[in-house]
Design a protein around this ligand. Structure first.
Ligand SMILES: Nc1ncnc2c1ncn2[C@@H]1O[C@H](COP(=O)(O)OP(=O)(O)OP(=O)(O)O)[C@@H](O)[C@H]1O
Ligand SMILES: [Mg+2]
Length: 351
């Protein structure tokens, strides 16, 4: 079986490093503090949190704001998560404060539970009741961990939702929140801007790439012995980005194992991945305006766009901000294209 995995949460044999982060998260969960975990996309936030949670016997709730459509949907999803953890009998007693009763239905085949409210129900009331229920069931001896993924979406769910949520969370005791987000600029605006309701809500932890030596050992242990220089070549291209490293390693492993390629196999794997994504990259390219295309092209040729004088610095700067928000560009000590295969596609197509 292919020993490399990408795209979904990784655990067990597919998971490497993150020992310091695991310790830090575990320790923080032993306190009354909340945590905020920020990184660019696909750096391994969900995998890390999942790993920490799998070693904890505390009750856990996971919500992904990407899939929350409205304030009442947030309340419904919170209730659904609670119903999954506790028998109905126990919760019914804790729900006497509810001003609007939800309707529960169960799919007889899958056993999946649905929570519904009357469409006209006041969303604020639903939210307050659901959060109060969470507050009732969590206790000093059975402290909940509530993970909210893609937290930057909080701004899109409803007007004033962030403020409402913050004031309800503030009153809760005996639980920890872990809030995850990948759009760094938005997460920073939510947690580091003094005017934001979530200012100083919890300790911010920034997740970086996986350290070179560790990733090298990880790849070396899983690659056949007849391609000794391959692990270094992979990391040279992926720059230790967790997702792209696993993706490239997986492709190389297949080519070595099934097609017995050795010489130049990393380059061939890169070419294959660029070809595989050709249509996606082309579609993406078509969505961009001319300024953003120009900025990307410059970055693909290893030039820093802000040094370029052929267009106004403010124009270039707003283009970079836009591209970073979309996740195509990341800033380390300089600006770079996030996806190493898109970078190569750009070079191939820059006539
Ligand atoms: N600790 C790790 N060891 C090895 N590979 C990892 C690790 N963490 C992440 N990866 C790789 O990165 C991929 C993305 O991980 P994950 O989904 O946890 O990231 P994320 O930051 O939650 O992503 P998203 O921004 O899409 O929510 C995984 O499928 C895996 O290939
Ligand atoms: Mg994730």
């Amino acid at each position: 079986m292919n020993p490399f995995k990408f795209g979904t949460i990784v655990d067990g044999d597919f998971f490497t490093d993150r020992t310091d982060e695991t310790t830090l998260l575990t320790q923080k969960l032993d306190s009354e503090n909340h945590l905020v975990l920020i990184s660019p996309r696909r750096f391994g936030k969900s995998s890390l949190v999942q790993r920490v949670l799998s070693h904890s016997s505390r009750p856990q709730i996971l919500l992904d704001l990407q899939y929350v459509m409205s304030v009442s949907d947030f309340a419904a999803q919170m209730l659904k998560a609670l119903f999954r953890l506790y028998p109905m009998e126990r919760l019914r007693h804790a729900m006497t404060h509810f001003r609007i009763s939800p309707t529960l239905s169960m799919d007889a085949v899958t056993g999946a539970l649905e929570v519904n409210f009357q469409p006209t129900a006041n969303a604020t009331v639903l939210l307050e009741d659901a959060m109060a229920l969470l507050d009732k069931v969590t206790s000093a001896t059975d402290r909940f961990i509530v993970v909210i993924d893609e937290f930057q979406e909080v701004m899109k769910i409803g007007k004033g939702f962030d403020r409402q949520l913050r004031s309800l969370m503030q009153r809760q005791k005996n639980l920890n929140y872990i809030l995850l987000g990948s759009q760094e600029s938005m997460m920073e605006a939510i947690f580091e801007n003094k005017k934001s309701p979530f200012y100083h809500f919890g300790q911010i932890i920034r997740l970086g790439k996986i350290p070179y030596d560790d990733f090298l050992a990880y790849i070396r242990n899983r690659m056949p012995n007849d391609v000794p220089s391959v692990p270094e070549e992979i990391l040279e291209i992926s720059s230790c980005h967790p997702y792209y490293t696993q993706q490239l390693a997986s492709q190389v492993w297949e080519m070595v194992t099934y097609r017995h390629l050795t010489d130049g196999v990393v380059q061939q794997a890169v070419d294959a991945l660029v070809r595989m994504h050709d249509l996606d990259y082309e579609r993406l390219w078509q969505t961009l305006n001319r300024t953003d295309r120009y900025t990307l092209r410059q970055l693909s040729q290893m030039q820093q766009p802000l040094r370029d004088r052929s267009q106004a610095t403010s124009t270039t700067y707003s283009s970079l901000l836009r591209l970073m928000k979309l996740g195509y560009v990341v800033k380390t000590d300089h600006y770079e294209i996030e996806d190493p295969f898109f970078l190569r596609w750009l070079r191939l197509n820059s006539n």
